[in-house]
Design a protein around this ligand. Structure first.
Ligand code: GTP
Ligand code: MG
Length: 195
């Protein structure tokens, strides 16, 4: 994918009407702070168009980035952010669910897991939820640069076992710092979404 122009086109909060887009959408889900917005910046070749933070809970809306008038990258709020009140968490959960159930154009759903950590209960719930909805999630193991090369295989295995991944589920190691995995993600999109 050659990035020609990118634009943050739509921002949706918990009370927003979600857009009825015509172009295909690709969404990124995962725990707060796992690196969703950073991954989207890397895919767009932008440093900071999607706002990122060291503190979890940065993205609190669903943000639609229009890429080349060809497709949307959809940045979802993170789940499992401990410091948010239960009521607030439920509202974000409902917003994410409303989007996942309601979008007519969602063509691929990426679930991000921090490569350093064993998947948590929320991650398992999300993976199973996505599969049950009929999507074939692609797992991105984020923050690859934080591991020594010798540790990578063990940690990928930990994600496979921890989420009890289906044999056909694709797992892509990725680093927003080194950009490793970026081409693989775009290749997947070119082949399965735009192809
Ligand atoms: P929420 O919006 O809160 O759900 O978080 P998010 O999933 O969008 O995470 P975000 O992209 O804001 O990244 C969280 C923190 O992790 C930031 O400090 C990023 O710089 C850092 N980070 C993200 N990806 C990587 C990576 O691949 N390598 C390293 N070293 N740091 C990363
Ligand atoms: Mg974010």
């Amino acid at each position: 994918m050659k990035i020609k122009n990118v634009e943050l086109e739509t921002v949706c909060g918990i009370t927003s009407v979600l857009p009825d887009n015509e172009l295909p959408e690709i969404a990124f889900a995962g725990k707060s702070n796992v690196g969703k917005s950073s991954l989207i910046n890397a895919l767009m070749n932008r440093k900071a168009l999607a706002r990122t933070s060291q503190k979890p809970g940065k993205t609190q809306t669903i943000n639609f980035y229009n890429i080349n008038q060809e497709l949307y990258l959809v940045d979802l709020p993170g789940y499992g952010y401990a410091k948010v009140a239960e009521a607030e968490k439920r509202k974000w959960g409902q917003l994410i669910e409303r989007y996942l159930h309601g979008s007519k154009q969602l063509k691929a759903l990426f679930l991000l897991i921090d490569i350093r950590h064993e998947p948590g209960t929320n991650d398992k719930v999300m993976y199973n939820f996505i599969v049950e909805m009929g999507y074939k999630p692609i797992i991105i193991a984020t923050k690859l640069d934080k591991l020594k090369r010798s540790q990578v295989a063990k940690h990928l295995k930990q994600i496979k076992v921890g989420l009890d991944l289906l044999p056909e589920t694709i797992l892509i190691p990725f680093s927003a710092t080194s950009k490793q995995g970026r081409e693989e993600i775009w290749d997947f999109v070119d082949k399965h979404v735009l192809g």
